[in-house]
Every structure is written in C-alpha cells, then in structure tokens.
Write a protein that binds this ligand. Structure first.
Ligand code: ASP
Ligand code: MG
Length: 436
C-alpha cells in the first residue's frame, strides 16, 4: 500500500479535483490523504474567531460566502444531475452543521470541530466525484483511526490497531480516500494536527500501516536547493536523507511540515515529494540512505529575534545556562539557535508573544540586548562526507555579509548563520554561487 497526500491547491478547484481523479485511479493499492480546498481552513479560522468573539452576524456572513464558493465548485465538478444532487446535499449538510455552532457556547472544543469541516468537505465531494466517474473507492473517516494522546503526540499504538481494523473491512479494495489534518484527542473530541498537518497525517498513517512509500504531492517539483522566491536557477534535490529533510523542513522550506519526517524515519519508509502539475517529474526522494555527497541545500527563516545575554557571573559558573533556559521554558518559548562565549550567550526565538516577560526576567540577573528583524540561514547536507573545507566554502561565499551568529557542529547536517533580514537575499544568492 502507498500513501499519497495532496495539499489544498491540488483539490483547490473543480478542475484540479477532476485532474486528481485521473492521477490516482488505477495502479497499485493506495490511500489518498486530502487537505481542505485551499483557503478553506483560513476561512474556517475566521469563522471560529468571529464566533469566539460573539460576532454571530460576522460568522454568518463568512459562512454564507464560503458556502457560495462550494456551490460554485459543485456546479462545475459534477457532470450528471444525480452526482450534483448528491454532492450538493453532502456540502449542505456540512454547512448546516457549521451554522449549528453559536457564540453562546463556543469553546476550544467547538473551534476544533469547525476547523475539521474543510477536510470533511473536500473528501466527501471528491469521493462523490469518483463515484460519478465509476472509480471504485472507499472513504475512510480519519476520525475513526487518527488519534493524539494527552501529550498531543500521535497515539501510534491505537492508530495502528484502528487503521488496520478499518482497512480489514474492505478486502480487495485498492483505493481509499481519507482526511488529512483531523483526528481525535485523548478525550475522544475532534482535534487536529495543527496547521499544515495533513503531511503529518500521511506519514503517521504510512508508518502505522507500514506503507511501502509515502508521497507528498504539491505544486513544486520537490525540495529545491535554495529559495526560488529569492534566487534564480534553483534546482530540485533528487535525494535527501531523513536527517537532512528534517533540518530543511524546519528551516522554512515550506513544502513539508516540520514534524512529519519523524514517523517515516522511525519505520524507514521512503517519502517522495512530487508535483501535481508535472506528475512525471521525479521530484525528491527522502530515505534512510546516506546520500554521501556534501552540501545539499540552503534555506532561510525570517522573523527571528536575537537575544544577547551578558553577565560577569557566567564566568566559570555552572547553573547559569540552566537559569537562562528555565526562563524560556516557563514562558513556553522554544529557542532555535544558540552560541556562547565565556561571558555572554546569544540565542534566537521565532515567537515574541512572551518576549517582554522573558526580557524582564533575564534582566533580574544579567544585561540583555534584543535585535529583531533577523533571519536564520541554514546550509544543509551531510558534512561527515566532506570533513574538510565545507566551512571555508560557506564563509567564503558569505565574506561580504555581516553575520550576527554562527552555529556549527550542532549536527552533522546543518550549519546556520544569523543575518539581518535586509541582507538575506544577498546571502542566499552568494551561497548559491559559492556552493552549487
Ligand atoms: N487544511 C489544513 C491547513 O490549511 C491542513 C493542511 O492543509 O495541511 O492548515
Ligand atoms: Mg502544506
């Protein structure tokens, strides 16, 4: 069995859904994981926000506009009266459900139920289209097998058992459709795997059923060796190791959800990144094999804040870093990069919601400087393969760029530097020229 996940743009219009049906029909047995149509989850977030704020009229208006959009898609998607009637009735039932939420009782639980409607809609509409085209398929409700535990992590043991049980009900079937992103939580309520989580559904499910391959289909031909928005002539990377892909996914290579590599890596299931608009292109394959050669890609992440902490007390003292880290822990703010000298530590964060509280606490025992508007640029590869010389190559390429921090040696797959965001484009271009 293979898992094929398609993102929001791949089901983003009637035409794209029709093309998708052609792409997935026939061939080896597969489970197709779908996102919501592009824009839908954002719209549902707005509806939920309006309801949470007690703005019922606003929520009604937004719901009406979204329903209109779906009516238009149905009108184009289905060719027969029967299918149009059935598809429209399915859509209407989800919108009736959406309208049943009221501002009077709108807690996190209701919010998550609202957010789940996008994937429920796209899969119902798509499966109805497959029926119209006489393509035999089974709609597997993700809420019957995807589950997170109390720690918000996937409950792998239960997912394995429940997914196997669901699949065993359909011997001989070869095409299954299911929802990405949505799941149940430890209390059995509807929940989700956080924004962009459909990739995660695909790799969790792939790991649970020990799929032979997990395919993530998007609108770009695999992971690129640099950011195509800033650098001309980037190219897709043919092959990456799980470790390299995990570093890249985290550092803003938007095409993969950061946590989704792990389940595939644990079961050693290859993940292939493919392009719906160019299905024959080979894309990127991510496997447990070390691909041997050195520098693979460069990626950048903006919106970084650097905090420099200086204290005479750090000199020869132990426990200083613990005290610093505890402040970030208490404020639930993850640290991305860190460098130290004998008397100072610099670190970076990408969420500033608790910045004022963090700075106030730090000032209790050291001096603090904050710089916002920074970008982390990371160079990813397997640096064991090329023990000497790669640092020279990186820094030679960056010789004209002011560098605020350097992180080297944290893993064998990543060298990161922090630069002012205004120098990012130049740095990416310089690295492209110097490294590839
Ligand atoms: N529909 C969800 C989102 O927009 C999940 C996903 O597409 O991966 O975040
Ligand atoms: Mg995505």
């Amino acid at each position: 069995m293979k898992i094929l996940k398609f993102g929001g743009t791949s089901v983003g219009s009637a035409e794209r859904m029709q093309a998708l049906a052609g792409l997935i029909s026939g061939g080896a047995p597969k489970i197709v994981v779908l996102s919501a149509m592009s824009g839908t989850t954002d719209a549902l977030v707005e509806i939920a926000e309006a309801l949470a704020a007690g703005e019922t009229e606003k929520a009604d208006g937004l719901t009406g506009a979204l329903e209109q959009k779906y009516a238009e898609v149905c009108a184009k998607l289905y060719g027969t009266r029967g299918a149009l009637g059935k598809g429209s009735a399915l859509v209407a039932s989800h919108f009736r459900h959406l309208r049943s939420f009221t501002a009077e009782k709108f807690t996190g639980k209701e919010e998550r139920a609202v957010l789940a409607q996008g994937e429920l809609l796209s899969t119902a509409m798509f499966q109805c289209y497959l029926e119209e085209k006489n393509i035999d398929s089974v709609l597997l409700p993700a809420l019957d097998f995807m589950r997170i535990g109390g720690n918000e992590e996937p409950d792998m043991a239960r997912i394995e058992a429940d997914a196997a049980k669901e699949l065993s009900r359909y011997p001989g079937k070869t095409l299954f459709i299911t929802q990405g992103y949505i799941c149940r939580n430890a209390s059995g309520e509807i929940d989700n795997l956080k924004r962009g989580g459909s990739d995660y559904t695909a790799t969790i499910l792939g790991a649970a059923i020990r799929a032979e391959e997990i395919q993530i289909w998007t609108d770009i031909d695999g992971m690129h060796n640099n950011d195509p928005r800033f650098v001309a002539k980037t190219r897709p990377i043919a092959e990456l190791s799980f470790d390299e892909a995990a570093e890249l996914a985290y550092f803003g290579a938007k095409i993969l959800h950061p946590t989704c590599i792990l389940p595939a890596q644990l079961r050693n299931i290859p993940v292939r990144l493919l392009n719906t608009l160019q299905p024959e292109a080979s894309g990127t394959i991510i496997t447990g094999r070390s691909t041997g050669d050195s520098i693979k890609a460069v990626a950048a992440k903006d919106g970084i804040t650097a905090i420099k902490i200086k204290s005479g007390r750090m000199l020869l003292a132990y426990g200083f870093l613990r005290a610093v880290f505890e402040i970030f822990e208490r404020n639930k703010t993850p640290i991305d990069m860190i460098t130290t000298s004998e008397v100072a530590v610099s670190l970076t964060i990408d969420s500033t919601t608790r910045l004022d509280a963090i700075v106030a606490e730090l000032k209790g025992f050291c001096s603090v400087e904050v710089d916002d508007g920074q970008s982390i640029i990371c160079v990813v590869g397997s640096f064991t393969a090329e023990k000497e010389g790669y640092a020279l190559k990186i820094f030679e390429a960056l010789r004209n760029i002011p560098i605020r921090m350097i992180s080297y040696g944290g893993s064998e797959n990543n060298v990161s530097v922090l630069v002012d965001t205004k120098n990012k484009r130049e740095a990416l271009i310089a690295l492209n020229e110097g490294l590839f």
